[in-house]
Write a protein that binds this ligand. Sequence first.
Ligand SMILES: [Zn+2]
Length: 620
Amino acid sequence: MESKPWEWPGRYPRATPHFLRNSPDGCLRQSGQCGDAHANASRWRQPWLGLLTAFVAVGAAFPTRAADLAFVETGELRIVYFDPGEKHLVPHATQSFLSGLATHERLFHYVPDGRVNVLLQDFSDRANATAIPAPRNRIFLDIASSNEPFETLSSAEWFAWTAVHELTHIVDNDRANPADARLRRLFHGKVDVDSAHPETLLYNYLTVPRLTAPRWYQEGSAVFMETWMSGGVGRAQGGYDEMVFRGMVQENARFYDPLGLVSKGTEIDFKTGANAYLYGTRFMDYLGLNYGPQKLLAWWRRDADSRRYYGHDFQRVFGLPLEECWRQWVDWEHGFQRQNLTAVREHPVTGYRDLTKKDLGAVSRTYLSADGTKLLAAIKYPGQLAHIASIGRSDGRVTEIKEIKGASGYTVTSLAYDPASGTLFYTTNNNTHRNLEALDLRSGKSRMLLRAARIGDIVYNPIDRSLWGLRLNNGFVILVRIPSPYKEWQTLYVFPRGERAFDLDLSPDGALASVRGPAEGEHAVRRQPEARAQRRAREACARTDEPAVRAREGRRHPAAHVHHGGGGAGELRVLEGWPLPLRQQLLHRRFEHLSLRACDRDPRGGQQRGRGFLPPAAAR
Ligand SMILES: [Zn+2]
């Protein structure tokens, strides 16, 4: 497999050029370790922390382990990462976030209230990120390569795109007007909501007023910005969002009003919470189309003359109540989609018949059973446990075969089928580190093949009974082959840094492998000559810290590296061997301490809080 240099697709105009900028004093500092991260261990002895945290505190008593955490910081940003596994991502992540911050400074006149702390973490096989603006600015970034399930989202460049999205959450909520800044000084900073102390909700509203705005407001603005700043590539102009609303109009489905959306619409949808993104984005699109993006910025930006409550501020900016404008959007959407449907109906639709009477929800890759009477798939419907099921071709009967622990959102699991032995291979723990399991359809019994091997996108090769898959580690995608009896894997190819690959498949004769990626929509089919693959994998392993345990003597397959399950040299080394949730808990607490330190120390001279608002002239 050879990778082609990525080029900007000619059909997309480039985004407004991001200007890159460093800290005010132009210094980029780096630390190899962070002793402060566990210096405050005595604080952890508070009784409410409970048993789990007690274990965590025990973990903190091993200071030598902390050397694996490192960070890079500028005046406004701190990137925390695991050294050495994630080191290769740091320059790109740093530039992406600096670029995002520079964009937001330009558009929102934004200067962060304390550093924005970003933790690069590898606890999940799912690309994701979370932004938490109070009490300190923190972003948790799961570095796993994205796989764009069913093209529900698309990105021009994953890191830059995520940086803009998550930083929009920070800007929306962290940017303070003079009144907020005064209250932050009074309350010693932004107040987080603590369920044990309900009055904190009021303090939260006084210091971070927009944090109580609904999820659709938060996600709508972030998705709009992610798309705008990526040259128009993103969910705000993506095919999936368009399809959802076209389908709703065609089926005469109910459109929620703003209150209905937050009280019911985001709780019962096909994928919990997705409606906040879909509605929020679509409504923002409508506003951008009719009033221009500058009006949107004026609404999201907490300027000196803005109103504290997002609904009141909507009326100030757009000149009509939010609910009325929402109704206008719904009417407009119906008219727009009816035109689309008319255009679609000009072309004949391929004939089909419904196999099942009821909806199945999310469905995995599907296989025809060896006898041709059934379809085999994994399905996940709201309110039910995800499971592998057979679907009768003649009667449409859905029969549950096996529950799936830790199903993923849209694709449920990665499923492969060996018709000769009647075995279904599938992945569990899809949102943490994936296991590979095998289900014997004859006995109905499952067995664990590889625990936490992080391999997905599995495909069965009937020629030699091997499984092929894509493994994730330290932000890399790695093509692996798992020979029967599936107790170890061989690294065939490591995709270059930052290159995505997903939707793996094999030709029927096993000679060609195909993946989607790295560029938007690209589909590559490439031959895999063994000798060259060996050399490339060896070189790539040296670059990536990918475990390169040598194969045992006398193995039949000549491919490069064999790894015997579990963690390895290049894995997250902190507390190696400890359960993943415990490691995660410990490292998050270390990150909390780090971000607190970053927030407390203001390089601009003593003033600790209230830096959220600077008038445009002073911001430069
Ligand atoms: Zn978001």
